[in-house]
Design a protein around this ligand. Structure first.
Ligand SMILES: [Zn+2]
Length: 333
């Protein structure tokens, strides 16, 4: 009971139709009713079968037979759990209160990086050693155990830190023993990505939107881009002299990330996903190339040697000229 009211409020403050239109969903009204139809954002299609009832604040697609409310739409389109979707939507509401906190946390982690040899050793193992690249990525390290004290001294309450997901209920850093990449949007830190240097699950993000594409503020003007899967791939490519490289943190792009890539109609997007043995990367690259090409964006797929991602490719001894050759051989669908 107590759960429902805030959720209803959230949906009232972010009407489904507004939410989609802000993401450039083109729709036409059906008859005189509060119904709209357009292309389904959940699957590729050429004939509109996605309906919204603006009065009921619900959608249904006759193509993929999925429907529901705004939270359901976010779950389906971004691959998030119910809880993550609610957190994502809360971030879309005006006046996000955590940006300053994340700035402070990122700055703290950045200071720690050079004080902890295990972190530098890990970066070296992944082939990342150029101090200028490490600095421009804003890389940091969470040694664990002292973030709470540091942020409490800056005036942040325990509850605030807990709510953001920076600490757990025991007060421990949730990013403990992770290399930290701050994710920025319009100059502000909007999330943190932590890569485990130990045996913990490799990837961790705070339970909020991962934002747009990595380092998009500085790349949005580029007419030619490389899109890699992971942030260590971005780091390796920046270091090797390919600074126009970004990542969606995985192979699946959200609407806003896709919109970012399509913001220049003449843009060339090289897709350089992992060439994993199970073919997951190549399959995802193929799907993404289709999504981009259907929006008029040239999206050649880069074929790395089998088993490699850009980071491991350079680690295995490849040099810039090798990757340039891969770009030259990249093929459109
Ligand atoms: Zn559909």
């Amino acid at each position: 009971m107590t759960q429902r009211e805030p959720l209803d409020q959230l949906k009232q403050r972010l009407p489904l139709l507004d939410f989609l239109q802000q993401r450039h969903w083109a729709a036409r009204r059906v008859g005189a009713r509060a119904e709209f139809v357009g292309l389904c954002p959940l699957h590729p299609e050429t004939h509109p079968s996605f309906y919204i009832n603006a009065r009921k604040n619900l959608f249904y697609c006759h193509g993929c037979h999925r429907g529901g409310d705004l939270i359901r739409l976010v779950q389906l389109s971004q691959g998030l759990s119910f809880r993550q979707s609610v957190a994502y939507l809360q971030q879309q509401l005006p006046s996000p209160p955590v940006s300053g906190l994340l700035e402070n946390a990122a700055a703290f982690y950045q200071l720690q990086l050079h004080r902890h040899p295990e972190a530098l050793h890990y970066l070296q193992q992944r082939g990342l050693c150029d101090p200028a690249v490490i600095a421009s990525l804003g890389l940091g390290y969470a040694p664990g155990g002292n973030l709470h004290r540091h942020l409490a001294a800056l005036g942040y309450s325990f509850d605030h830190l807990l709510h953001t997901g920076l600490i757990n209920p025991q007060g421990r850093d949730t990013f403990c023993r992770r290399v930290i990449f701050p994710l920025r949007r319009q100059g502000r830190v909007c999330n943190l990505y932590g890569r485990s240097i130990g045996s913990a699950f490799p990837h961790r993000l705070l339970p909020r939107s991962k934002g747009g594409l990595f380092a998009w503020d500085s790349l949005s003007h580029c007419s030619s881009l490389v899109l890699a899967e992971g942030l260590f791939d971005v780091a390796a490519l920046w270091q090797a002299g390919f600074p126009h490289t970004t990542s969606a943190l995985g192979t699946y792009l959200t609407y806003s990330q896709l919109d970012d890539l399509c913001s220049l109609s003449t843009r060339l997007v090289y897709i350089a996903f992992d060439r994993d043995d199970n073919q997951a990367g190549p399959r995802a690259a193929h799907l993404l190339a289709q999504r981009l090409e259907s929006r008029g964006i040239a999206a050649p797929i880069v074929h790395l040697p089998a088993g490699h991602d850009p980071c491991s490719y350079f680690l295995s001894g490849a040099i810039a000229a090798d990757f340039s050759a891969c770009l030259q051989r990249a093929q459109r669908l």
